[in-house]
Design a protein around this ligand. Structure first.
Ligand code: EPU
Length: 414
């Protein structure tokens, strides 16, 4: 667990790591080739370790050198993903397309629901079926088979990040053109497309679609992952919620437009450079309304941390979660800390309070965990946030990074 003595204004500079949600599909993309894939700026995270274990179990060799990862081998892939890894991390399901494209048959367990509500994979399966896969189910796993994949157009009912990535991956080894209509446009998806281009695939983005021209084989590639926009947002919010001054470096400010817009409405002073953002937090935030939305909308992954910040606003904020059915794991613990939040359907009505009180709370997922850490940084006194293992899935060295900003934070055995 993490122990936090809150009430300090944070001040200083934080270096942002490579993006978790770009690293995971990039590692899985290495399954598409037998040539070496070299990734730079890879964060050391529990989820990245899970992705490494997964590709190793499927036949790849992985070597780390600092933040560089080299993935090679895999002439013969083992086409069955271990259930334990898919349960631990949903992104493991992305292995289905590459395994199918390379090995003609693949078996990957269904990931099931999670702390954010039910999270089906129907768009992934619909898309792969459109490319010619025969999909069956047995003992909680998906079995996909196809002698070859044939490109066609696939309309996504929602611009799902995972389904777009699944089809990008599979499309690179399909015959002809795969067209994804209504694709996700998250920067992490674009980063995967960039890696696939370097591996020799033709990927073209138009306003409403992405077109992939498949190849018989893909090459190796070397690629630097984009910075983690969600980690960036979390540290800017740590500055904001403590009324401090935080500068985040090695970032891509363009990826943060929706957050920066709402933070400035809330009264933060923000300065933006080529690869940095500096923020000075207000004494108390002004209330702001927002709804989560696919990129370039406000990212759902920053909804819980933003709610923690608005819990201290001078007035009422209304927040609508449109991406997940139930991303409210932060609400109960924030109530324990004195926040006033009412949930009705997908809407949270947050009546700002003057101060939060310290408490012993428990994180149930990565971003709820981040929200609780932020709330604890603002609460005068000592809080305990349990469930640090969730935070470690998505934040590299969070305790050290916060300490460098002047926070009084410790890791403790529970
Ligand atoms: N959905 C379906 N059917 C599908 C796929 C998705 O109904 O076949 C629904 C989901 O249930 C959800 C919505 O569509 O309600 C969005 O899901 P999406 O597929 O876009 O998300 P994902 O690929 O499962 C990635 C990130 C998440 C992030 C979302 C949304 C990775 C590894 N994960 O998940 O990140 O919240 O996109 O931006 O890239 C996190 O980092 O904490 C995290 C949860």
């Amino acid at each position: 667990m993490i122990r936090i003595a809150g009430g300090e204004k944070l001040a200083g500079t934080v270096q942002i790591s490579g993006a978790k949600n770009a690293a995971l599909p990039a590692i899985i993309a290495s399954l598409l080739t037998t040539k070496p894939v070299v990734l730079h700026n890879v964060p050391h995270l529990a989820d990245v370790e899970t992705a490494v274990t997964l590709v190793q179990a499927l036949g790849k060799e992985v070597r780390w050198r600092g933040r560089t990862m080299e993935i090679r081998g895999g002439e013969e892939l083992h086409p069955e993903a271990p259930a334990e890894l898919v349960q631990r991390m949903r992104a493991s399901f992305l292995a289905l397309g590459p395994l199918l494209a390379r090995a003609k048959r693949a078996k990957v367990p269904l990931p099931g629901g999670c702390a954010l509500g039910p999270r089906p994979v129907d768009f992934h399966l619909y898309g792969l079926a459109r490319l010619g896969a025969r999909i069956t189910f047995a003992n909680g796993a998906v079995l996909a088979e196809a002698k070859f994949l044939r490109g066609t157009s696939v309309y996504l009912d929602f611009p799902s990040v995972g389904a777009t990535e699944q089809l990008l991956l599979a499309g690179t080894l399909a015959e002809g053109e795969t067209v994804i209509i209504n694709p996700a446009r998250e920067p992490e998806v674009a980063d995967l497309a960039e890696l696939l281009r370097k591996m020799g695939a033709e990927v073209r983005w138009d306003t409403d679609r992405v077109t992939i021209r498949g190849r018989r084989e893909l090459e190796g590639a070397e690629h630097t992952l984009i910075p983690d926009r969600i980690e960036t947002g979390t540290y800017l919010l740590a500055g904001a919620i403590t009324g401090g001054k935080v500068r985040a470096e090695n970032v891509e400010p363009q990826h943060l437009a929706a957050l920066l817009d709402r933070l400035s409405l809330a009264g933060c002073e923000i300065e933006v450079g080529k690869a940095w953002v500096e923020l000075i937090g207000p004494r108390r935030p002004k209330p702001v309304d927002f709804r989560t939305w696919p990129y370039p909308g406000f990212p759902t992954d920053l909804q819980p941390p933003m709610v923690a910040f608005l819990a201290l606003a001078e007035g009422r904020s209304t927040i609508t979660e449109t991406v997940y059915a139930a991303r409210f794991g932060h609400v109960e613990p924030l109530l324990q800390m004195g926040a006033k939040i009412q949930v009705s359907g997908s809407v949270q009505v947050v009546d700002g309070v003057e101060g939060l009180r310290p408490a012993a709370v428990e994180a149930t997922d990565i971003r709820a965990g981040a929200a609780l850490v932020l709330a604890a940084l603002a609460a005068n006194g000592v809080s305990h946030v349990r469930g640090e293992q969730h935070i470690r899935r998505g934040y590299e060295n969070m305790v050290e990074k916060l300490r460098a900003l002047g926070a009084r934070v410790w890791e403790e055995e529970d």
